[in-house]
Design a protein around this ligand. Structure first.
Ligand code: ADP
Ligand code: MG
Length: 744
């Protein structure tokens, strides 16, 4: 397809303000080059690119023409038009040239960094250039040379000065290039061996030949309706922008492509699952509803009620539910899960609840057992299965899981998520609930669903209804991306009667006052969590460790109190034992890592101290804070700033102190640190986008989502002739990660 098609009509009439910045030689067009041609082959004829630079490009995986073109700049810099020094204006970005008349290095002892200075003269005008910490420039910029410099012009001691300007040597002999006009310079993800200028030159070399080879997978009509430029045009705009908004228009198309492909993949998968998988429809009635509610020692909030309604609607259908329940820490999600589990038991089927840690699994087991004990007639059998379950008991449970309904059948199984992957077989698993599973993305859940599918002997394999719960509030953009295949329910607000948690940011020098306070609360019979970022010391300026902190507190600030350590390196039985003692109030304060981050519910704990709080993510701090404020008494969270805290670090801590709304915090965290930081990049299953930026491309994402849903509804397999290319690119990109293989 030609690169000019689909351009907005008025476009060609606009005259460029200036020519794009390339004097790079371009390849002659010819049949010899295609998108897969290795770059050595095409770039060899460009004499100014040395083999080392070409190897540098290869190291960035820019190994062929297509990949080179697909390497999209992060932004475009505007470089000022070059002007005579006499005409430069302080406060502006400027570019000028002249002869270096003098250089020197200034080293003021101790107080300041070494500075290299060069005086550049153009006729009667002089410009002083200063570079900090770049003494090596002394060998490169020498008197007599002519150079071009650019940067922001400032006034200094009555003269004009550029600080740390960019510079380049002008040809020292022959004709100098004319004064450069204003240019737009794309800035690429680059490396030392392949700097952005080299990448740009390489791309410009192949651009004219490559663009006509790029086929568009979106129909013209579709594009023009959405004001999206053609694919080849988009690449031209980002690599060789002539106007300031060119880059943005090109980028918009490329970012949209990424988002649309993922959304199409997710919706395709979802449609496929809906059509091909079946689940056990559970029965529901008012009588059952009353019976379940009668067990619960409190009234459900309206927010809980409405999510229960959504869950009931899901579970009574013969298609597998696939729902995410999100709600702030302490919002009361467990009871909603239990409601669904009891529906399964009431219909004579089974349910499983998986938690990420043994501590949490055990806690769920206890509270669910307690709630069921409220009904003297309940014959619902509940079991806990974790790695710590003794072998004999484990055997008994496995047997119970496949027993005949009614006899010794285990109805509800609670455990860690190894439940679904191990040799655990269910007679009839209808509901699978995954708690605190925010670390799993689309691909992981796809796998889980498959592994949990059971053959119930009816000849039609049954997939359980899957409900995922998370207390890490997910910004909407991320929810759509990560969980686009899920229906989302939100439990808003907290149950009534919660005492707000007072959060204080405490500077390093006020630390002992915090522990004074901890001691007072302990002496009043309350309990505390004290969190440190690391288990052991890693030397020098590393984060504070649980072990060091424990020693310090034991022999000093909290001498005489019952303290215990809790961290991930302890054996699970030891952890459980400590947790048990803490629950029984035999231990007064736990010195812990973030292992206590999720779900732990100890209502008597009223103080949370977080050491080196600036080393944690905001969402994580919010989770940790949610460990207190669960009982009758008012709770306090102290965020202790590290000695090395920055101003922005302080601002982040103040932000979390000022609100208790987890969703607000998640949005802020997302803005500041990006999605990877919230979830831990690797675990998240987050699709790595090259161009799209989830924190800022919200509108595009919404458009992509709406379009993808409509597209798949209209063409559930993307099999129309004009969808062939789109389908191929989709499969290449997401076929494996989304498990689209079975979609066709
Ligand atoms: P999370 O959503 O973080 O998993 P939980 O389900 O653990 O929260 O609930 C937190 C606490 O609030 C529990 O002790 C639970 O019993 C209590 N709770 C839940 N719903 C209500 C309610 N409607 N009224 C009063 N207390 C509730
Ligand atoms: Mg929970």
């Amino acid at each position: 397809m030609a690169q000019e098609d689909g351009q907005p009509a008025g476009d060609s009439a606009r005259r460029p303000l200036h020519r794009p910045a390339h004097d790079a030689p371009t390849l002659p067009r010819g049949p010899a080059v295609d998108l897969l041609t290795p770059i050595e082959k095409v770039l060899a004829i460009v004499t100014s690119l040395r083999p080392a630079a070409i190897r540098g490009l290869a190291a960035l995986e820019l190994t062929n023409v297509g990949r080179l073109i697909a390497h999209v700049p992060m932004r475009v810099e505007k470089l000022a038009a070059e002007a005579p020094i006499a005409e430069l204006v302080a406060g502006q970005n400027v570019s000028a040239r002249g002869e270096v008349v003098a250089t020197r290095i200034l080293t003021r002892p101790a107080t300041s960094k070494p500075r290299f200075q060069a005086a550049v003269v153009d006729g009667a005008s002089r410009l002083d250039c200063t570079w900090f910490n770049m003494s090596y420039l002394q060998d490169r910029i020498t008197p007599g040379m002519r150079i071009r410099v650019e940067g922001k012009l400032s006034k200094y001691l009555g003269g004009l000065q550029l600080v740390n300007p960019k510079w380049e040597a002008l040809p020292q002999q022959g004709v100098e290039p004319a004064l450069r006009e204003e240019i737009l310079q794309p800035v690429y993800p680059a490396s030392e061996r392949a700097p952005t200028a080299v990448i740009h030159k390489a791309i410009l070399t192949v651009l004219d030949v490559a663009l006509p080879l790029i086929e568009d997978h979106l129909p013209d009509r579709y594009r023009s309706d959405r004001d999206l430029v053609a694919l080849a045009e988009a690449y031209r705009l980002v690599h060789a922008p002539a106007h300031e908004d060119d880059y943005l228009r090109g980028r918009r198309r490329l970012a949209f492509d990424e988002l649309l492909l993922l959304q199409l993949g997710v919706h395709l998968k979802r449609a496929h699952l809906r059509q091909t998988l079946s689940a056990t429809p559970l029965t529901h009635s008012e009588v059952l509803d009353h019976r379940i509610r009668a067990l619960v020692p409190f009234e459900l909030t309206p927010a809980q009620d409405s999510v229960v309604k959504e869950v009931v609607a899901d579970l009574t259908k013969p298609t597998p539910a696939n729902r995410l329940i999100q709600g702030d820490v302490g919002a009361g999600k467990t009871i909603i899960a239990l409601y669904g589990m009891l529906m399964a038991a009431a219909s004579g089927h089974q349910a499983a609840l998986m938690a990420p840690t043994e501590i949490l699994a055990e806690q769920h087991f206890k509270s669910i057992t307690q709630i069921l004990a409220n009904s003297p007639h309940s014959r619902v059998q509940v079991r806990l299965l974790t790695g710590a379950t003794p072998a004999a008991e484990r055997r008994a449970i496995l047997k119970g899981l496949v027993a005949e309904a009614g006899s010794d059948r285990v109805d509800l199984l609670i455990g860690t998520h190894a439940l679904l992957t191990e040799s655990v077989r269910f007679a009839s698993l209808a509901v699978a609930i995954i708690d605190e599973q925010h670390r799993f993305g689309v691909a992981q859940r796809a796998r889980l669903r498959t592994s949990a599918t059971v053959d119930d002997g009816t000849g039609e394999p049954k997939t359980p209804h899957v409900i995922v719960m998370t207390a890490t509030p997910i910004p909407r953009t991320l929810a759509i991306t990560l969980f686009g295949d899920l229906d989302i329910s939100t439990v808003r607000g907290l149950p009534p009667g919660r005492k707000p948690i007072t959060t204080r940011v405490v500077k390093h020098d006020k630390r002992s006052a915090v522990y004074e306070f901890v001691r007072e609360r302990i002496e009043a019979g309350e309990q505390a969590f004290i969190v440190a970022p690391a288990i052991e010391d890693a030397g020098n300026a590393a984060a504070k460790s649980v072990k060091t902190l424990m020693l310090e507190l034991q022999s000093g600030l909290l001498k005489g109190c019952h303290l215990a350590m809790m961290h991930g390196k302890l054996a699970p039985p030891t952890r459980d034992e400590i947790m048990g003692k803490f629950r029984a109030r035999e231990i007064q304060a736990l010195v812990a890592t973030t292992v206590i981050e999720v779900g732990v519910d100890i209502p008597n704990a009223t103080v949370m101290v977080i050491e080196d709080a600036d080393r944690f993510g905001l969402a994580q701090l919010h989770q940790l804070r949610g460990r207190v404020g669960r009982g009758e008494r008012a709770s306090v969270c102290a965020l202790l700033a590290s000695g090395a805290i920055t101003e922005s670090g302080m601002a982040r801590l103040e932000a979390i102190a000022s609100t208790q709304d987890g969703f607000k915090i998640a949005e802020v965290d997302f803005e500041l640190r990006g999605p990877g930081e919230i979830f831990g990049t690797r675990q998240s299953g987050l699709p790595p986008f090259k161009v799209a930026d989830l924190a800022h491309d919200m509108d595009l994402l919404n458009l992509a989502r709406i379009d993808a849903a409509a597209w798949v509804a209209r063409s559930p397999e993307l099999r129309a002739p004009d969808e062939r290319l789109l389908r191929r690119r989709l499969m290449m990109r997401y076929g494996e990660s989304l498990g689209l293989g079975d979609v066709g």
